[in-house]
Ligand binder design. Structure first.
Ligand SMILES: Cc1ncc(COP(=O)(O)O)c(C=O)c1O
Length: 412
């Protein structure tokens, strides 16, 4: 893996106009990237170019603008397919976000295929997008939800996984990189385990695709999802990857225009993939911008981005451990992890931490990060989370630590 030093962070920062912002009397230190990343100039340009030059609805127009928009929109599917190792655009469905991708599969596959006796396997570290969705679909279908335990080091207990994945496992929905613990889960190994039992696996890649190379074929994921707004792209677009034969076999999730091939007063026939799952006017500007975001990330190199984030996260862990009364969650220092660190201070509530560091221009997140059951397991209602991206530098971790010192003093 190339070293993080090879990344020219200052040159990258110059691409992100918002990073020049001031917050009160301080320079902005943006450490809330696991929630949403900032947007580089080329992506902003892609959006404005679209609205200035070829804004039109796709697929159904014969005029020039519609043709240009259609080509750009369709080609964005090809870019995504290549980026994640899918076979082609048939396997790439644009959704609103990861949550909608999860719901699409839960409704379109889950409702029609799960039955009493089936088991849906989740992990204790699932985001609510996965956990709540499958909980609801299991309740409706009579299936049972089981959870793979997280051990004290913040990793999945793979012995427990081997215990609970069995002949009744119909679907497993597993987070690739935890948005709280930073743990990188062995999703390929879990996919093998589930496939041996003839089950399917959905991988939630919301915190993986933005910052490391991901190859859905190498993982052998049946479904894989992520969001544009966490990878230097726009809000309003997410991706559902699905193996072609599975998507073919599924009923549509939403009905309406664009997703049909033929409609009569009596009945309708569905469009081909991926359009069968993209009812209504799709996120066209967002798709064009996501295409550009991928081009931007690839020009830096996904392996270098992963190394950079891991290195900043390790530095943050070291600095946090050097403070008194800090608990850091997730795998121990030194273990490779996603670029985020959740922590708590013994004397200051997470919400107070976030609010006080904001007075120093530092943006972090506090709360349960859409993982209430995981927080119950950790024995704490809320944690603070600093999360990093390609443009963050070590000095920003130092700024966070200084701001945390100030918070501790206030509550001393
Ligand atoms: C692991 C994980 N899964 C799913 C989501 C949901 O993403 P979105 O809100 O874009 O649907 C998030 C967002 O924070 C996440 O971190």
């Amino acid at each position: 893996m190339p070293t993080a030093e090879e990344l020219d962070v200052e040159a990258i920062r110059a691409d992100f106009p918002v990073l020049d912002r001031r917050v009160g009397d301080s320079d902005l230190v943006y450490l809330d990237n696991a929630a949403t990343t900032q947007t580089p100039e080329p992506v902003i340009d892609a959006i404005t170019e679209y609205y200035r030059e070829y804004n039109a609805n796709v697929h159904r127009g014969l005029h020039q603008l519609s043709q240009e928009a259609s080509i750009a929109y369709e080609e964005a599917h090809d870019t995504v397919a290549e980026f994640i190792g899918a076979d082609g655009r048939e396997e790439v469905v644009f959704t609103a976000n990861t949550t909608m991708a999860e719901n699409l599969v839960a409704y379109a596959w889950g409702l029609n295929n799960l039955e009493p006796g089936d088991e849906v396997v989740l992990t204790q570290m699932e985001h609510h997008a996965s956990l709540v969705t499958w909980q609801q679909i299991a309740e409706r279908t009579g299936a049972t939800v089981r959870y793979i335990r997280v051990d004290d080091a913040g990793r999945l207990d793979m012995d427990h996984a081997r215990e609970i994945v069995g002949p009744d496992t119909a679907m497993a929905s597993i987070v690739h990189v935890s948005n709280v613990l930073g743990t990188i889960n062995p999703v390929a190994e879990l996919a093998d385990m589930v496939h041996e039992q003839d089950g399917l696996i959905f991988v939630d890649g919301a915190q993986a695709v933005p910052n490391r190379p991901v190859d859905v074929a190498a993982i052998d994921a049946d479904f894989y999802a992520f969001s544009g707004h966490k990878m230097a792209g726009p809000t309003g677009i997410g991706v559902l990857y699905g193996k072609e034969r599975l998507l073919e076999s599924m009923e549509p999730f939403l009905y309406g225009g664009e997703m049909i091939e033929k409609v009569t007063y009596e009945d309708s026939r569905w469009n081909e993939l991926p359009w069968k799952f993209e009812a209504g006017t799709p996120p066209i500007a967002q798709a064009v911008a996501l295409d550009r975001a991928i081009e931007y990330l690839e020009s830096i190199g996904m392996d270098r981005i992963a190394a950079h984030e891991n290195s900043i996260a390790q530095y943050a862990i070291e600095q946090l451990h050097a403070m008194e009364g800090v608990t850091v969650y997730g795998p121990p220092a030194g273990a490779e992890r996603g670029g985020l660190v959740a922590f708590s201070l013994d004397t200051v509530h997470a919400h107070d931490i976030a609010s006080i560091v904001n007075d120093h221009g530092v943006a972090i997140r506090a709360g349960d990060h859409c993982t209430q059951p995981l927080h119950d397991t950790l024995g704490i209602a809320a944690t603070a989370r600093a999360s990093f991206y390609v443009y963050n530098r070590r000095e920003e971790v130092d700024a966070l630590i200084e701001a945390l010192d100030a918070a501790r003093e206030i509550f001393a």
